[in-house]
Design a protein. Sequence first.
Lengths: 268, 260
Amino acid sequence: MTYSRPWRQYFTLVVEALPSARGLLPLVALLVAWQLLQTGNSPYFPPPSDWWNGLMLLAKSGRLYPALSATTITLLLGLAVAVVIGTGIGLLIGVFPRFSRAVGPLLEFLRAIPPPAVVPVAILFMGYDERMKLTVVVLAAIWPILLNTSSAAERVHPLLLDVARSFRLSAVDRMRLIILPSVVPAVLLGIRVALPVAIVVTLLVEILTSIEGIGALMIGAQRNFQSPQVYGLLVLIGLFGLLVNNVFAVFEAILLRRWPPKTQSEMF
Amino acid sequence: MRKNNFIARINWPGTAVFVFVGLAWEAAVGSGLLEYEYLPAPSAIALGFGELAGQGILAPDIAHTLMSVAIGWTVAIVLGISLGFLLGLSPTARRYSLASIEVLRPMPGVAFAPVGLLLFGFSLKTEMVVTILPVLWPVLVNTIGGVTGVHQRLYDVGRTFRLSRKDTILRIILPAAMPPIVVGARISLGLALVLAVVAEMVGNPEGLGYGIVREQQALRPDLMFAYIVTVGFIGIALNAAMLALAEALFPSFRQLRGGQ
């Protein structure tokens, strides 16, 4: 149909939206000052050059990459499951007002429980394994996706529904051709909100249970007073979060290229 | 009239489903249909509340968590609004710091727990290390957005009235930027509760977060669920209080709420 621009262009689009690199100055200045003002071997504030060495030590011992991949896989799988279930239930709620009214209070109650509080429950029920980690991530990530989908499905423009009636579309076609395309931007917005929550919960599970992952590596380093490794991993996690968010922004821009641009009210 | 209105506003089917799920859960656990070893019935959870309150540990735990929420939130609001005004009013300051903020912002709060533990051990300070930074961002970002988003025409009004710089800030920019700031503060309050609970689970053995983990390790799921429900209710109460406060202070805030 339409000529689709190469992904590289969307990448530059997102890069251009980033604030100017000059803004990194305070952060760089802080790290340089830290490196220079640091005297000898402080057990609490190791210089940034040591952080790098600490990370390299972990990489050489062969523990860094498995941990990194375990965390990434949990995050991606958890988000995928949350998107499927969240969008499904969200559409049901959005399309059937009666269903929405019936399950509303139950969902409100479940949503009020902060995701991290679910972690101990999952540990108790499912034990210390990968499946438990995944379940917790799904439970945390599902709410923003579900709520965004259902409110978008409720607010599909009446004109579009009239179109469906004029063409005598079947219920399945109406869902496939009218409602599903209208909720895609909302689903993506939901994922964007869910991403940081999912990262936090993944790390929390790993810290609490020492199931393989970056969180487990970090709390292990803290228990052994390997402060350079703790700071190194902190930077690594920060970069990981930054990367995940920006990659998703590119992905979102590519997916949404055929949708009308966001209006101000949707941004809220 | 008002009473009728209230009865009509209750979501009867929703309440029915809610009660039905509760009863079905109770019946399933009571009759042994659900064979989960650690799934307490709703009645057991309710009794758990009684037990916790009777031992006199629930109230101090709530007080501790609320206190850390209050400290973390207050620090975040004061820092966030003042820094936000500084960055919002000065394009130069913005140019030389926005990228740093964007790099630090996706940093997950829990990741600071091991650093806090390293520096301060199991203490309230560790809890604050985990809480303050993530709670700061919504206030800071919304303040910057609010201040930079003030309509040019409002500045023109200020110039027409020959307002001083101080008066422009206090009487033009502050009121105009208030709605997004309040939204940021509200998001922060919810975050502060979640992060305080997280910090108590990992870094400070006190409060509701520690209660959840302690009862999980003690294999007392009824008490654990009682703690979790408590956290949920506190979240609802804090959010409602914040909304009420915002609506009392700024009647126009009601329109913003519709936009969500």
